[in-house]
Design a binder for this molecule. Structure first.
Ligand SMILES: [Cu+2]
Length: 171
């Protein structure tokens, strides 16, 4: 009986605390005296995670591509082909067999694509070539913000001989 009343009491206390936040002492002391004060304090908490979630969904989507290899005979992007919406960020993750990098053939991307990638790739070591990811779990983001539709062909420089290539189609 008492337990079922507590949430309602907590809500009332919370309402009272909000309404009387400008220094109504009885409401404050009542909130402190009642044990539900802690649950009243945590009740608004679910609203707080909801805000970042909304912000996250408003942000560009992130798609992960794994960079794998055995260091000698095999190296690959996984997946090696993917389709994304413009504005998507592709996160390249060094899983094994590094160092890896992601570079795009400037003549393989749609018109306007190279300009978009130059903005979307930080710390390029040369045009449209990202830095080397030396350690496992190193990652590198390529933003396709403003990237025109079409297929973007890329490769990993250290493993080009092992045909470590990728084709990303922006829809
Ligand atoms: Cu590689």
């Amino acid at each position: 009986m008492r337990l079922t009343l507590l949430p309602a009491l907590a809500a009332l206390v919370a309402l009272g605390a909000v309404a009387c936040s400008s220094g109504d002492k009885p409401a404050a002391s009542q909130a402190q005296a009642a044990t539900p004060a802690t649950s009243a304090a945590t009740t608004p908490a679910p609203a707080t995670p909801a805000a970042p979630a909304t912000a996250a969904s408003a942000r560009a989507a992130i798609v992960e591509v794994k960079m794998t290899g055995d260091g000698t005979t095999k190296a690959a992007f996984e997946p090696a082909t993917l389709a994304i919406a413009t504005g998507t960020t592709v996160r390249f993750l060094n899983v094994s067999g590094g160092p890896h990098d992601i570079a795009f053939w400037a003549d393989s991307v749609p018109k306007g694509g190279a300009a978009a990638l130059k903005k979307g790739m930080a710390n390029q070591i040369s045009d449209l070539m990202g830095p080397f990811l030396q350690q496992p779990n190193d990652k590198y983001d390529v933003s396709f913000a403003g990237a025109p539709a079409g297929t973007y062909r890329g490769y990993c420089l250290p493993h080009l001989a092992l045909a470590m290539k990728i084709a990303i189609t922006v829809k």
